[in-house]
Design a protein around this ligand. Structure first.
Ligand code: MN
Length: 292
């Protein structure tokens, strides 16, 4: 029997946008060709961008979220975060922040102070991850996942490797706690490296090319800042790196529930969005100390 690979549905280019005053973003999702890849709702890739030295770090001003999680992966430079649930921290290359907005909070994301002072290259990626209806109003949570705590599976060439951020891959388990079954992989391939990824056939699967270029299944190319979306007909995806490559593999069991979104809120019904806006406007998602 010949090997069959997971069908390729789409290869999607990103749209450019600026987020706050500090993030030069390319985003392949959501967009006209894909609303979501449940449970993933958004992929925002910042940079690589040059940050000029400053004592006033750029970023986003405080803004609310409810009903989902923001997941931030830093590749280069450093990011600082704080929220009205009392969490704060900074993250650098290889670190991951997994923030549960839950019932609601305000947060602020800025270039980290010392990084901003020196200036340099910033590159990071933020995902929005949906949660099941029963968990949408969970207490906010903050997982600051250090690079060293993320297990890494070496590939046969000795340099390529797969870091398991969430879920289980081969015999490794990622440190992130999630509300629904998710596998999130940070894949680093040297030029010419080949890998066959095995993921549950019933998962939604996307491969976002952070850097470099790949050939899939021996014939379909995908390049930097493209998102490849797959079908459900096989667990296997074959990847060959045609240059030094970094991929983010976003996989997970789809959450088969209604989706209602408005800006920073992700709920199941329009009534819940109206409630989220009312709760935000009445101060119910918290305040930063200096605003009290
Ligand atoms: Mn945010």
């Amino acid at each position: 029997m010949s090997t069959s690979f997971r069908r390729i549905f789409q290869v999607i280019d990103g749209n450019k946008k600026f987020v706050g005053d500090g993030f030069d973003v390319t985003s392949p999702m959501p967009g006209p060709r894909i609303r979501q890849l449940s449970p993933y709702l958004l992929i925002d890739h910042t940079g690589p961008m040059q940050v000029a030295p400053t004592d006033a770090p750029l970023g986003t001003p405080p803004h609310p979220h409810r009903g989902f999680e923001t997941v931030t992966v830093v590749y280069e430079g450093a990011l600082a975060h704080r929220d009205t649930a009392g969490h704060s921290g900074s993250l650098g290359p290889g670190d991951v922040q997994w923030m549960t907005a839950g019932a609601g909070l305000l947060h602020e994301e800025r270039h980290e102070k010392e990084f901003a002072r020196q200036g340099g290259t910033l590159e990071l990626l933020q995902l929005w991850v949906n949660v099941p209806k029963k968990d949408k109003l969970a207490p906010p949570r903050y997982q600051n996942i250090r690079s060293a705590s993320i297990p890494s599976l070496p590939l046969p060439d000795g340099q390529s490797h797969i870091r398991v951020i969430a879920g289980t891959y081969e015999n490794l388990s990622g440190p992130a706690e999630t509300f629904s079954p998710i596998t999130l992989l940070d894949v680093h391939l040297t030029t010419g490296a080949e890998a066959t990824l095995h993921l549950p056939a019933d998962y939604n699967v996307g491969i976002y090319v952070v850097k470099g270029a790949i050939t899939l299944h021996g014939n379909r190319p995908a390049a930097t800042k493209q998102l490849v979306v797959f079908g459900w007909d096989s667990p296997d995806i074959q990847v060959t790196a045609t240059e030094e490559t970094v991929l983010l593999v976003v996989a997970g069991a789809p959450i088969e529930e209604p989706l209602a979104t408005y800006g920073p809120f992700v709920m199941n019904t329009n009534q819940e969005l109206v409630q989220a806006i009312a709760d935000f406007e009445s101060g119910g998602m918290g305040k930063f100390p200096e605003d009290e």
